[in-house]
Design a binder for this molecule. Structure first.
Ligand SMILES: CC(C)(COP(=O)(O)OP(=O)(O)OC[C@H]1O[C@@H](n2cnc3c(N)ncnc32)[C@H](O)[C@@H]1OP(=O)(O)O)[C@@H](O)C(=O)NCCC(=O)NCCS
Length: 214
């Protein structure tokens, strides 16, 4: 069972999601419907989202099986979003994928890069993960800024990779291994030593992502 810690830098804290977060998260998801839906994972063949309480119980079940580390993001003590390290594998792969969102009224404050850095450093130093990846829809310019700020390395275009907003969507994928960020993601972010050009996307992949494959 993964012990999901509470980690803080300045105004930003990440901590384990709890069943009692359901009403707050449910309200945020409703209020931010149009802000989030274009980027939200969906399940093929199902319309709508499960109740948030079910979602939290489901994700905590996966956490007990060491598959997911689910955090909420707090800003000055208020829940404003989520960051989730999922698809965890250990042993010879030792990798996980980070997903995140914040409420629109808290966007642009640098909350998410800090939250991802806190979770990434914990994954590297405590959880024993060797590689963290982030996959982003090509048109999600705000999210592409996150991987630039953290100096994550572009790995490639995955066609029709994740079911988002009702269909299989292409994603640009980025990763970083512990060997590439020995001093930690947070230190690199705060010192401004992360190299944003590692996240540059080759023009050929941008063109490919605009070209339907069916
Ligand atoms: C992507 C997202 C998590 C970024 O979080 P954040 O905490 O706002 O991150 P930052 O403050 O570093 O801002 C990132 C970029 O968002 C854009 N941005 C800034 N303020 C914004 C605002 N008020 N509204 C929209 N976008 C804004 C800017 O391009 C910024 O980059 P810059 O700092 O280089 O100018 C957030 O926009 C979000 O939750 N979006 C909807 C869900 C989503 O896309 N999740 C990720 C799926 S891969």
């Amino acid at each position: 069972m993964i012990f999901v810690p509470t980690l803080t830098h300045g105004d930003v804290t990440v901590r384990s999601i709890r069943p009692r977060d359901a009403s707050k998260i449910s309200r945020l998801l409703k209020e931010n419907r149009s802000w989030l839906e274009k980027w939200e994972a969906t399940v093929p063949g199902f319309d709508g989202m499960p109740p948030v309480g079910d979602m939290i119980r489901g994700i905590l079940r996966l956490a007990r099986k060491d598959q997911v580390a689910p955090f909420v993001i707090e800003y000055r003590g208020e829940v404003v979003g989520q960051v989730t390290l999922s698809g965890l594998s250990f042993g010879s792969l030792a990798s996980g994928a980070v997903g995140y969102w914040v409420a629109e009224s808290f966007a642009g404050k640098g909350i998410t890069p800090l939250a991802v850095a806190l979770v990434g450093d914990w994954a590297f130093t405590t959880l024993g993960i060797h590689r963290v990846e982030v996959c982003i829809r090509p048109e999600n310019e705000a999210s592409l800024q996150i991987v630039r700020k953290l100096g994550m390395r572009y790995e490639g275009l995955r066609r029709r990779y994740i079911h988002i907003d009702g269909d299989w969507r292409d994603h640009f994928c980025f990763a970083i291994t512990i060997d590439e960020v020995l001093g930690g993601l947070l230190a690199a972010l705060l010192r401004g030593t992360a190299n944003p050009s590692l996240a540059d996307i080759p023009e050929a992949d941008r063109i490919a992502a605009r070209t339907p494959i069916r």
